[in-house]
Design a binder for this molecule. Structure first.
Ligand SMILES: [Fe+2]
Length: 180
């Protein structure tokens, strides 16, 4: 007779690592409830009129950041070029790039390759767009011919979050928990 099926995990697998931790490994980072979008309003850092971001991770050692972007207006947000890869998961609303035929709709995931130059538009009728972005390298804001107009990266995002959290009473050190 075959043994009865069991859902119990074999004991031998449930053994934590007992050795010394490897040297120079940074702390891991867990930010709870990032998909529950009704968190403390103070966590939204103003970025432009009707545009905010909420930092999740500032990775200063690898030059990337992860954040939620919230937009409550329609129209063109920016034209930009990426120096590194970008991943975007749309949580609310929708948006697109003027240069591409696809739409980033709620529940979609988009990959933006480094070197892509595009113009982000939130269409009329979208009251709120929220997207989880993982951005490596820099946004280089450009004119229609690709000439650079400005730059944004993990360091500028970190600086503006630090200033905002100091302003709203969370303290300038509040961002430290998101830095790796
Ligand atoms: Fe982009």
């Amino acid at each position: 007779m075959p043994p009865a099926p069991t859902t119990e995990r074999p004991k031998a697998e449930a053994v934590p690592y007992k050795g010394e931790p490897l040297p120079n490994v940074p702390d891991d980072l867990v930010v709870p409830n990032v998909l529950n979008l009704d968190f403390d309003e103070r966590l939204w850092v103003p970025q432009a009129p009707d545009v905010w971001f909420r930092p999740i991770l500032f990775n200063v050692t690898q030059g990337y950041f992860v954040n939620l972007l919230r937009v409550r207006r329609s129209g063109i947000l920016s034209r930009h070029r990426h120096s590194g890869p970008v991943h975007a998961t749309v949580l609310r609303g929708k948006w697109h790039y003027l240069e591409h035929p696809w739409w980033a709709t709620e529940g979609s995931h988009a990959f933006e390759p480094p070197g892509d130059i595009h113009t982000l538009e939130v269409p009329d009728g979208v009251e709120e767009m929220i997207t989880l972005f993982h951005v490596t390298g820099a946004y280089i804001y450009v004119d229609a011919m690709g000439n650079p107009l400005g730059v944004e990266d993990v360091f500028s995002k970190l600086a503006s979050a630090k200033a905002h959290y100091a302003n709203v009473g969370l303290g300038p050190d509040y961002v430290d928990q998101f830095i790796r």
